[in-house]
Design a protein around this ligand. Structure first.
Ligand code: GLU
Length: 547
């Protein structure tokens, strides 16, 4: 058969160049010895999940600890799954977690010479190579209809055979020249299939950078490389793009392991050196006695948006992922709690080989710890970022006065004090803790434990002597001085010695004031709270609480 003629008939495009020219257009990268070129290659579906961040973190670490490059490629060959704004969302999400690309789709970089980074814009390259494979007798047209393929699949299933287009089932593999041209003349739609030279009875040892030594069975499937709409499949685009974008290390989910034989054969047929592969194990969750993969449908915590909208401390998510990415990370962090996580020496061969258990409680604990390590300014910035995106309109307005917020946070988070508050895991909780400092979110329950007359006497009595200039001691002395006027014991000891003689003790007076000013019997230091609220607001709250 005249294969050159066939290639020209199947791929008549007149804008294709000699595929070898791409070797000069996309020259090997000029990088130091050992530098790794990695990529994140998501489909633009708009759903960016923890697994993406997990791989991206490994990609980013491998590139940036070796002087390499980490780039973003958009695998948009399947238009059905495309969602507007999805690319921006990937970039924004990863940036939120401190992961940046050096190059790629929508990234401003002078390194962007390996683009375009959207596969749909690279049709010419794929088609040039498909044409070459046809000329070499390594690809052919397939005219099988969907129905015919389904029928074959049913037959294979019934006989418990491997499904697919191979061996005697590869019907179009041996079409005669006449049949092919007759089909073309009849205008039958066709795909281009790869003509596999592999044998499933042959196995080869293979070294995966994460899984270690594995065995790979040769591929014998004549997979589709160019679909009937002229667009390549993932397999074909992967081999061509990772070659010409000069990827050295492909880190991807283990669900791709079953496609590895296809990819190895494609790289060989195309005359490209295969990159190193690293297949990450899936994130698992325990459910009762069993373990299962995190699922998009069942587990909201799989989506990265979950962590942003709930306001987990972003660095805590990264630090948590590092604990599951590298088993020695936790020990390193224990020894270097203040160090930047980027200082940790990440190693790909320390990654777990099989299912990685995802533990949201542990992530929450790390978030609590990290939040408890923030300065008041950092904490304010963190809560503000969350509030501006996910908070209510009132929350947003509150952050206009950052000085006020910083005072509040210093107190409620115990910043600079002996005991830091360590139970806040999310920005949403932190923002709610500040509610009583603002009149529009102050929602007191006024659960006083004394009769109205006593409450009013305490509130009036304190209002009469309150001076915001008082230090803590003077403030407390004034609270004590109210005791005899309202029938309470000024000293705890007196009260304990003779409880029947008093309505309560000085601490009960403080509680009445606390409930009036904060709406709750539990709060941090009340004198400081009054100082932050200011005289006017304190007095108006004392007045408003009267029965
Ligand atoms: N587009 C593929 C995916 O979203 C990428 C797989 C790979 O990294 O090669 O799963």
């Amino acid at each position: 058969m005249d294969l050159k003629k066939l290639a020209a008939a199947l791929i008549p495009d007149d804008d294709l160049i000699d595929p070898d020219k791409y070797e000069q257009i996309y020259p090997p990268r000029d990088l130091p010895q050992g530098a790794q070129v990695t990529r994140l290659a998501p489909s633009p579906t708009g759903f960016i999940h923890l697994g993406n961040l997990f791989s991206a973190l490994a990609d980013e670490r491998m590139a940036h600890t070796t002087g390499g490059v980490f780039y973003l490629r958009i695998e948009d060959t399947d238009l059905k799954r495309k969602v507007d704004g999805a690319v921006e969302s990937v970039i924004r999400s990863l940036k939120y977690f401190g992961i940046r690309f050096d190059e790629g789709a929508e990234i401003e970089s002078k390194l962007n010479i390996y683009g375009p980074y959207y596969q749909r814009q690279r049709a010419q390259i794929y088609r040039a190579y498909a044409k070459r494979l046809i000329e070499q007798g390594l690809a052919y047209p397939c005219f099988c209809t969907e129905e015919e393929l389904n029928k074959v699949r049913e037959e294979q299933n019934a006989q418990k055979l491997i499904t697919g287009y191979y061996g005697k089932y590869a019907k179009c593999r041996n079409l005669s020249e006449e049949q092919i041209y007759a089909n073309l003349a009849a205008g039958k739609p066709f795909v281009i299939r790869f003509k596999s030279q592999g044998d499933v009875n042959v196995k080869h040892p293979f070294k995966d950078a994460i899984k270690g030594e594995i065995t790979v069975t040769e591929n014998d499937q004549d997979i589709v490389i160019i679909k009937s709409d002229g667009i390549p499949t993932y397999h074909f685009a992967h081999a061509i793009d990772d070659h010409f974008m000069r990827t050295t290390l492909v880190i991807r989910g283990e669900e791709w392991l079953s496609s590895l034989p296809i990819h190895l054969e494609l790289f060989k047929a195309l005359g490209f050196k295969t990159p190193v592969y690293a297949h990450t194990s899936s994130l698992m969750k325990t459910e009762g006695e069993t373990r299962r993969k995190l699922s998009k449908r069942k587990d909201p915590e799989l989506s990265l948006d979950y962590y942003r909208s709930q306001g987990y401390y972003p660095e805590a998510v990264v630090r948590y992922l590092l604990t599951i990415l590298n088993s020695n990370y936790e020990e390193w962090e224990r020894k270097n709690p203040q160090a930047d996580w980027r200082e940790f020496k990440f190693k790909i061969d320390k990654m777990s080989r099989s299912g990685t258990l995802f533990d949201l409680d542990k992530l929450s604990d790390i978030s609590k710890t990290r939040i408890s390590m923030l300065s008041a300014e950092e904490c304010c910035a963190f809560l503000k970022e969350w509030a501006l995106e996910f908070g209510s309109e009132t929350d947003k307005l509150h952050f206009r006065d950052e000085e006020y917020i910083i005072k509040i946070l210093t107190l409620i988070m115990g910043i600079g004090g002996k005991k830091r508050r360590k139970d806040i895991e999310r920005a949403s909780q932190g923002v709610r803790l500040m509610d009583y400092f603002f009149d529009d979110t102050f929602n007191p329950q006024y659960a006083f434990r004394f009769d109205d007359k006593t409450v009013n006497a305490v509130l009036d009595g304190f209002a009469a002597v309150y001076d915001p200039a008082d230090d803590n001691q003077t403030w407390f002395a004034k609270v004590k001085s109210l005791a005899p006027q309202v029938g309470f014991a000024a000293e705890m000891a007196e009260y304990k010695a003779n409880p029947g003689a008093y309505k309560g003790s000085v601490s009960d007076i403080a509680e009445i004031l606390r409930v009036a000013v904060t709406g709750s019997p539990n709060s941090p230091d009340l004198c400081t709270i009054m100082g932050i609220l200011g005289k006017e607001r304190t007095l108006s709250r004392l007045a408003a609480a009267k029965r």
